[in-house]
Design a protein around this ligand. Structure first.
Ligand code: NAD
Ligand code: ZN
Length: 251
């Protein structure tokens, strides 16, 4: 990567009136958490078929198998640490350069890195909710359940991870807040997302259509690249600290 796009991105961020970040599984890849898509060997798709696991139908068919997959992921995430990419975003927020992180990730690594205003569009692997639509039980957890599938203490139905599965709507409060933030933002820093998952992928489009600036960080081109104003090719954990340094010099 030459310096020119980095400087362009730093200038856009330093002069933005209201900037936000939008992240996907790629920002956590360097923490050792596999992405869903991306390159073959460390993508989750190569080991599991998420269409057989991350759907309400799969859970109905075989809740134990779905839970086994989540317990595997929880253990992986528990051992993982935020990487310099997450840390750079937390510092950009502390500097007032970005106002929030809208994430598609369910791993909680942004919060652990120190980001304060995090909007989780796809829920959190660290929360459970009751699978009985008539029951409103929800709880936070800090480790995988001992017995799977865990049962709801309120009604006895199975608990499920409080994440968004294929074909499910996004949590209304998180989506509403993300759209509101996008509508008032003039700059967005998109990191490590394929831009293939809707409606989440509308968030950077809202800023583009409003005449704002889209900065993208990814190891390869994505569905967002064709309309990105600046494309910073590289790993989030390497590019974001450099971007932070360049922005800091301009403040
Ligand atoms: P994705 O798996 O579709 O795409 C990941 C993107 O990250 C790809 O474009 C890839 O090129 C890029 N990437 C890989 N390594 C990178 C790096 N080191 N630096 C920068 N970019 C890198 O992910 P998505 O677009 O976020 O959407 C997938 C869905 O998967 C979401 O709904 C999310 O909930 C879920 N998911 C979450 C996690 C997590 O919480 N960590 C992990 C896997 C999947
Ligand atoms: Zn219940």
């Amino acid at each position: 990567m030459s310096d020119a796009p980095l400087i362009k991105a730093a200038r856009a961020l330093a002069s933005a009136k209201h900037a936000i970040a939008f992240t996907g599984a790629g920002i956590s890849a360097e923490s050792g958490i596999p992405t869903f898509r991306g390159s073959g060997k460390d993508s989750l798709w190569s080991k599991f078929k998420p269409e057989e696991l991350a759907t309400p139908e799969a859970f109905e068919r075989n809740p134990k198998r779905v839970w086994e997959w989540y317990v595997w992921r929880m253990n992986l995430i528990r051992k993982a640490k935020p990487n310099p990419g997450h840390e750079a975003l937390a510092k950009l927020e502390a500097l007032g350069v970005i106002k929030a992180v809208v994430t598609q990730n369910v791993d909680g690594l942004h919060q652990r890195a120190g980001s304060r205003h995090v909007i989780e569009l796809h829920g959190s692997i660290w929360r459970v909710k009751c699978s009985n639509p008539a029951c409103t039980f929800k709880a936070s957890i800090s480790e995988p359940p001992k017995e799977i599938p865990p049962k709801c203490p309120a009604c006895g139905h199975y608990l499920r991870p409080d994440v968004v599965w294929f074909g499910e709507p996004l949590p209304q409060d998180a989506w509403g807040e993300a759209v509101r933030l996008a509508e008032v933002s003039d700059t967005i820093l998109v990191v490590g997302t394929s831009g293939a998952v809707y409606p989440a992928a509308y968030i950077p489009l809202i800023i583009k259509e409003g005449g704002g600036t889209v900065i993208e960080v990814n190891v390869v081109e994505s569905s967002i690249t064709p309309y990105a104003d600046v494309f910073l090719k590289g790993k989030a954990g390497e590019v974001l600290p450099k971007l932070l340094e360049a922005v800091t010099k301009l403040l």
